[in-house]
Design a protein around this ligand. Structure first.
Ligand SMILES: Nc1ncnc2c1ncn2[C@@H]1O[C@H](COP(=O)(O)OP(=O)(O)OP(=O)(O)O)[C@@H](O)[C@H]1O
Ligand SMILES: [Mg+2]
Length: 265
């Protein structure tokens, strides 16, 4: 059964998609079979991975609405060992359309359970909100992985994010844990970056990853080529950072006591 990880932070533009795409590619290079689910109607992970077209007329929206299943939505990407479920722009209206339908937070979990045996790792790229799509992602995941942008307002909203995790745990997914927090767009020339990291360490202590993802032009260029950075420029600082971060994550996933640690926050 796959380990399901949501890459999530309701704050916009913090590096969720960049991290999902590049961690997926690195974990695949390190020997895992990876599925990326693009749950953001902006569809950035789908284009960043150079996804193939869906063969049929249905897309992820139809999985939430009933007529299609997730297994029909899996396509290949520019990385041979990474498969992808592309997003759908129609997902924008899902929240309103599903209204208060019972079990609406658990649609994705039920669909993932049918395909989970085919992969080692499933990474879900969440939209910048804590709405129904993110609740579906967290309902289907064992872990949430939190990117934190090294910017002044980075820590704002973190308590809201932890509240969301608590809400999910106490209502429909008691298995959810915080896998860890890492800093993105780190700029070693500024005090601000290290201040943000220090503050985050105070808040999350051992849940912080040692690897920081630096601000890197290569990381911002590679999506327009439909490639993760390890294929676009394998020797760049961004590529090396995601390689190290993927190793740290895989190591942490092996630790038995992580669940006790994560659930103590
Ligand atoms: N380490 C980095 N160095 C330089 N640019 C980066 C880095 N990480 C992300 N970016 C750029 O910052 C922007 C936001 O990144 P990204 O799309 O990954 O964030 P996001 O959290 O997924 O955003 P959204 O909340 O809109 O989904 C993008 O233009 C991306 O190319
Ligand atoms: Mg994104």
């Amino acid at each position: 059964m796959a380990t399901v990880i949501s890459v999530s932070n309701q704050k916009g533009g913090v590096g969720k998609t960049t991290s999902t795409v590049n961690l997926g590619a690195e974990m695949a290079a390190q020997g895992n079979s990876v599925l990326v689910i693009d749950l953001d109607p902006q569809c950035s992970a789908s284009s960043g991975l150079g996804a193939a077209e869906l063969p049929g007329e249905h897309d992820l929206y139809d999985v939430f609405q009933g007529p299609a299943s997730l297994s029909e939505m899996i396509v290949s990407t520019s990385v041979p060992e990474v498969s992808l479920v592309p997003s759908s722009r129609d997902l924008v209206s899902l929240e309103i359309e599903l209204g208060k339908r019972p079990g609406r937070e658990l649609i994705l979990r039920s669909e993932i359970s049918k395909i989970s045996h085919r992969f080692d790792i499933i990474l879900i790229d969440c939209p910048p909100s804590s709405g129904l799509l993110t609740l579906n992602a967290l309902g289907a995941s064992q872990w949430i992985l939190i990117p934190l942008q090294a910017e002044y307002y980075a820590l704002e909203g973190l308590s809201q994010l932890v509240d969301t995790v608590e809400f999910v745990r106490s209502t429909f997914n008691s298995n959810l844990g915080i896998l860890g927090v890492f800093v993105t767009m780190y700029d070693g020339r500024t005090n601000l970056s290290s201040q943000v990291e220090d503050e985050a360490k105070k808040y999350f202590s051992d849940l912080m990853f040692a690897t920081r993802v630096p601000r890197s032009v290569k990381l911002s260029e590679c999506p327009s080529h439909g490639l993760p950075v390890r294929l676009y420029d394998p020797h760049s600082a961004g590529s090396r950072a995601y390689e190290k971060l993927a190793m740290e994550i895989r190591e942490r996933l092996k630790l038995e006591d992580i669940s006790a640690l994560a659930k103590a926050v």
